[in-house]
Design a protein around this ligand. Structure first.
Ligand code: SDX
Length: 435
């Protein structure tokens, strides 16, 4: 990175400070403000991190204006067309595409870590049957730290790698078992002869009473969706994993924190919220415009779920890819009337919103969550499992970003400051003198 500089002048004192201007491989130049407080005695204020880079990274690149997403330099549309989720996991973790032998060894390594410790089975039964699967996933992933003491030296690269493999391998089992527990169905163990997504479908839907063959169309569509959700730069849940990991907390705890952050409807919970919104629209019998008008009304907390993005001020490239899968899946499968009705409503809403000045002016385009929920519905996946699948896909991104942070060697705990606006220097008032 070249080091040009920018000069900041304090108008009050005339004092100047020269700060390094860092030039990335691609994207906006970045002012290194580390010396600002020492030099000028000022903090910077950027509560939503609208203009703030929290780290350097070589994993995923986004260009929000051009709608670009690349994993380790490879464009997402090429990976979506040619790769597989486990190959993308190898790429993200190792920094480049594997050769044939490397891929076979990696897939075998993941396949042979899909089981959970038998004691963990009892952990599920501590939850109510109607517990949201995300609540179960947060708990079970955090609890994994209790089972792998022999590989918990976060400063040991081999321990970090085995932990990455364990998390990637076990998330489908944890996700499927969260569903099976909620449905009162027996847990189904992974089968090593099945692919990653076939195994997930098998653990979700097979019953001990009859043969089950995963639908190859669904397995392929799910693999593609996992690729599209694998990583996404410093989004809220990834930033949470990095911040939790910056205290040297173990990776299972850091990823559990990321799962909790992803759960919010403004983030990964949006895919479930989109379907609930589309169902409300269909059940209301009101015109779409009424919902678009509500989304524009500042006095109404209603937002069009699945629209807008902090970074993409153009189409989310994942939405473009997933939109195609949506149409193909619903055409190829005998989808129910309700699923077709939901897709029709989604298409109509997309059209209305994209022609509305409010959305156009604010670059509010459909994001990846706008279509993923419809696809999950078409796959027969229950709504409260949508974000669980997002978490399953994003685990490789979280653990890769955590690993990048830990391997830098100069890790400092993340500790933001604040703009204090409260009261100060008050005298204590004895209770008998208070109003
Ligand atoms: C994900 O960061 C990532 O990379 C996340 C993600 C990933 O892969 O990790 O891509 C996954 O989380 C996708 C986003 C899923 N969330 C939703 O679909 C929920 C609906 N969208 C919004 O809540 C919102 O768009 C956010 C949270 C996604 C982005 O919020 P920002 O960047 O803080 O934008 P903002 O709230 O400041 O909105 C800017 C303007 C505001 O209006 P004005 O104050 O300018 O008048 O746009 C409006 C907002 O009111 N706006 C919306 C809107 N989203 C923004 N108005 C109506 N409906 C919406 N959906």
């Amino acid at each position: 990175m070249s080091t040009d500089t920018v000069t900041i002048i304090d108008d009050a004192t005339g004092k100047k400070v020269q700060l390094p201007l860092l030039t990335p491989t691609s994207g906006p130049k970045t002012i290194d403000i580390g010396a600002l407080y020492k030099e000028l005695g000022y903090f910077t204020y950027d509560p939503g991190f609208m203009s703030t880079a929290s780290c350097t990274s070589a994993i995923t690149f986004l260009d929000g204006q051009k709608g670009i997403l690349q994993y380790r330099g490879y464009p997402i549309d090429q990976l979506a067309e040619h790769s597989s989720y486990l190959e993308v996991c190898y790429l993200l973790i190792n920094g480049d595409l594997p050769n044939k032998q490397e891929l076979e060894e990696f897939v075998s390594g993941i396949t042979n870590h899909t089981m959970l410790h038998e004691a963990l089975k009892r952990f599920f039964s501590g939850f109510r049957r109607d517990a949201h699967p995300m609540a179960i996933m947060v708990g079970v992933v955090g609890a994994l730290a209790a089972f792998y003491h022999e590989h918990m030296d976060i400063h040991n690269p081999e321990h970090r790698l085995i932990t990455a493999h364990r998390l990637i391998a076990k998330m489908p089992t944890i996700a499927a078992w969260s569903y099976r527990y909620a449905m009162g169905k027996p847990f189904v163990y992974p089968v090593n002869s099945l692919s990653y997504t076939e195994n997930f479908l098998h653990m979700m839907y097979s019953m001990p009473t009859e043969e089950y063959t995963p639908n190859p169309l669904l397995a392929k569509a799910l693999d593609l969706i996992l690729i599209l959700h694998a990583d996404h730069e410093q989004n809220a849940s990834t930033a949470t994993v990095r911040l939790a990991g910056s205290s040297d907390a173990n990776p299972f705890a850091a990823v559990a924190a990321g799962i909790a952050a992803l759960w919010g409807p403004a983030h990964g919970g949006a895919n479930e919220a989109v379907i609930r919104m589309l169902m409300d629209i269909n059940e209301s019998g009101k015109p779409l415009q009424a919902f678009v008008d509500r989304a524009k009304d500042k006095n109404d907390s209603f937002r069009l779920m699945g629209f807008g993005h902090r970074v993409y001020k153009n189409y989310d490239p994942r939405a473009t890819l997933i939109r195609k899968i949506c149409h193909q899946l619903l055409n190829d499968m005998e989808s129910t009337g309700e699923q077709k009705k939901l897709l029709e409503t989604a298409m109509a809403l997309e059209k209305v919103a994209l022609e509305d000045e409010y959305f156009v002016q604010r670059n509010l385009y459909p994001n990846v969550d706008f279509y993923s929920g419809i696809i999950f519905l078409a796959m027969g996946i229950p709504m409260n499992m949508f974000t669980v699948i997002f978490a399953m896909a994003r685990t490789v991104g979280w653990i890769t970003q955590w690993n990048e942070m830990q391997s830098e060697g100069k890790l400092r705990i993340g500790r933001p400051r604040q703009l204090y606006v409260g009261l100060i220097d008050l005298e204590y008032v004895p209770i008998n003198k208070r109003k």
